[in-house]
Write a protein that binds this ligand. Structure first.
Ligand code: SF4
Length: 328
């Protein structure tokens, strides 16, 4: 349903007394495909480009170059009119529900707005759609006339989800939809999202820094580091058999539920990620990778296929194995 090819999003800015032009390569040559009804989990540290990727795929940010093919149409080239129809097929849920809802609008107005913009229904029909979607996300008619500040964090996120799906989209980008919520509410929202995916046949791009959440909801996982994809695999395969040192680092940093019952090897990396303004030559991970060689410092690795639907951007993908580094 969605194929992204060589997508780049660079931010241009001027720096210093001489106004030297520089670029932040937030998303750099990213390619992937997602089938209908599937969840693609996008994981990585802050600054890895996950959110920029989600916004660019929906063309909420203009891509610098590359293709975003949605149902056979290149979204990157759409005119204003074509873009409006694409918007109807897509939705987005942000991390902080309160700041993503207009504080001066009641729930009813928030949910009616997408219907009005796309000229769908009015009066009774519009109210029926709003009531229906509100019920689908676990809220009732009593919430219709409330303002966002009169709702709990979980209820606000339910309204944000209702707004994202009221037009019955095919693709929804979920940008850390549970990270600002209490743990008990997180589980409810995750289960709601899975239930809605089944009922509405939704395709999700699920952005998160939490690997356990990604494992719970994703069919396929894409690991990003400094704007690049470093590993792409089916979720269960990635957690059983990670092949990129960075993925192994992320997995080995998940806290053990009971360290007395299970032990695990730890993968330590040195230092902080380099600045996106001053990316290293060769493999972007080489300054922190314990397996780096001269080749890594000079040559950027391409993708190596290490299994069915399992791609790894590492020169030594066939040699390195991280058995014992994960919880599974
Ligand atoms: Fe480490 Fe080299 Fe692989 Fe990069 S290419 S992840 S530096 S071993």
């Amino acid at each position: 349903m969605l194929t992204v090819r060589n997508l780049r999003k660079y931010f241009r800015f001027k720096r210093g007394l001489l106004s030297t032009v520089q670029y932040i390569r937030a998303v750099d040559d990213v390619s992937f495909s997602v089938d209908r009804g599937v969840t693609l989990g996008v994981v990585g540290e802050s600054g890895s480009g996950k959110t920029t990727l989600g916004l660019t795929v929906l063309r909420l940010l203009e891509p610098t170059s590359g293709e975003i093919v949605f149902n056979g149409v290149d979204v990157a080239k759409l005119s204003k009119k074509g873009l409006k129809s694409f918007r109807r097929s897509t939705g987005i849920v942000f991390q902080d529900p309160y700041s993503s809802l207009n504080p001066r609008m009641r729930v009813k107005e928030i949910l009616e707005r997408p219907l009005k913009i796309h000229g769908i229904g009015s009066g009774e029909a519009s109210l029926d759609s709003v009531s229906g979607v509100l019920e689908d996300v676990g809220l009732g008619e009593e919430h219709l006339m409330r303002y966002p500040h009169e709702l709990s964090g979980g209820q606000q996120q339910r309204v944000a989800i209702a707004r994202a799906i009221i037009l019955k989209p095919q693709l929804v980008v979920l940008d850390e939809p549970t990270s600002s919520l209490d743990v008990s509410v997180q589980a409810q929202i995750l289960n709601l999202l899975l239930d809605l995916q089944y009922r509405y046949v939704l395709t999700y791009i699920f952005i998160t820094h939490d690997l356990l959440t990604a494992r719970h909801v994703s069919d396929v996982i894409m690991v990003m580091y400094l704007g690049k994809v470093v590993e792409l695999s089916r979720a269960h395969e990635l957690f059983l058999n990670p092949r990129h040192p960075y993925t192994a680092t992320l997995l080995s940093s998940i806290p053990l539920p009971d360290p007395k019952l299970k032990t695990r090897k730890r993968m330590e990396v040195v230092g902080e990620p380099p600045s996106l303004l001053n990316l290293p030559k060769g493999c972007r991970f080489h300054q922190r990778c314990p397996y780096a060689t001269d080749k890594c410092r000079l040559e950027e690795p391409g993708f190596t296929r290490v299994g069915d639907d399992h791609l790894v951007a590492c020169h030594y993908a066939h040699e390195l194995s991280f058995e014992g580094f994960t919880l599974w």
